[in-house]
Write a protein that binds this ligand. Structure first.
Ligand code: ZN
Length: 264
């Protein structure tokens, strides 16, 4: 009997280890166009071939610049139940980041009705409009985890490297054209990054103990809202110009990796 129990415990442990070590896969077939994925990969390849890199310090500095710009335009809310709730969620999430890159995550709560969140250099900006748009802490966790993902997956670093590449190889000859090109490329390529952050964010929120099926209805509501009004923010790092088919991406991701079937 003792041995059967021991074998049972061993098998259970092996099963749990296999579950925790199972490699998470990210499927981008949920996106509207495979061309988008191809272009994103192609551009990343070109930039890495040209060898222009961005440093961690540059990422931090971009975060500081965004903070300066926001301070000029917006008022921050630094105390109260709402910012406390956001800080609490962020603190829980950041403890569960696997192989963290070393950012000191901080939240900045902007007193503005616009529904938005954006990030750079570990600084996460979250509007009052976004707070009201979220139905509960699980949805807030999804947004915050998504913003953490942009930092951990190196999207801001890649954008800086991209900007430096265009300055170096095109800027001198074409001046403003390089900025124009970079903007166009950013617009068309961001979809893959956004979908990646949605799925990576769901992994983080789930590992932290938040419910993740909520994310699907969140992105669906966001999509419906974006269809009705033109979302614009004057920040240079507006990271959410599309909802696209992100709800489908998350649904597929939860089903494939965790066998979770969301009834959305
Ligand atoms: Zn984003």
């Amino acid at each position: 009997m003792k041995y059967i129990l021991l074998v049972g415990i061993f098998l259970l442990k092996a099963h749990l280890n296999a579950q925790t070590k199972k490699k998470i896969t990210y499927d981008f077939s949920c996106l509207e166009s495979s061309t988008t994925i191809w272009l994103a990969d192609w551009e990343k390849e070109i930039i890495s071939t040209l060898g222009v890199e961005a440093t961690f310090t540059e990422e931090i500095n971009v975060g500081l610049q965004v903070l300066d710009e926001c301070k000029k335009e917006y008022t921050f809310i630094s105390s109260g139940a709402e910012i406390d709730l956001l800080r609490g969620i962020l603190n829980k999430l950041k403890l569960k980041i696997q192989k963290p890159r070393g950012f000191t995550y901080q939240i900045y709560y902007i007193d503005d009705p616009m529904v938005n969140a954006f990030t750079a250099g570990g600084k996460i900006f979250f509007t009052k409009g976004m707070y009201k748009f979220c139905k509960d802490k699980h949805e807030m966790a999804a947004i915050l985890a998504h913003e953490i993902a942009h930092n951990e997956l190196g999207h801001i670093r890649d954008n800086i490297a991209k900007s430096k590449t265009y300055d170096k190889y095109i800027g001198k000859h074409f001046g403003k054209f390089s900025v124009f090109v970079a903007n166009i490329l950013t617009l068309s390529f961001n979809q893959k990054n956004e979908a990646h952050c949605d799925m990576w964010g769901v992994d983080l929120a789930r590992n932290t103990g938040y419910q993740t099926c909520q994310t699907i209805s969140l992105w669906k509501r966001m999509q419906a809202k974006e269809g009705k009004e033109n979302q614009s923010i004057t920040s240079l790092l507006n990271t959410h110009p599309y909802s696209g088919r992100r709800a489908d991406c998350v649904k597929n991701h939860l089903k494939t990796n965790y066998a979770i079937q969301c009834n959305e």
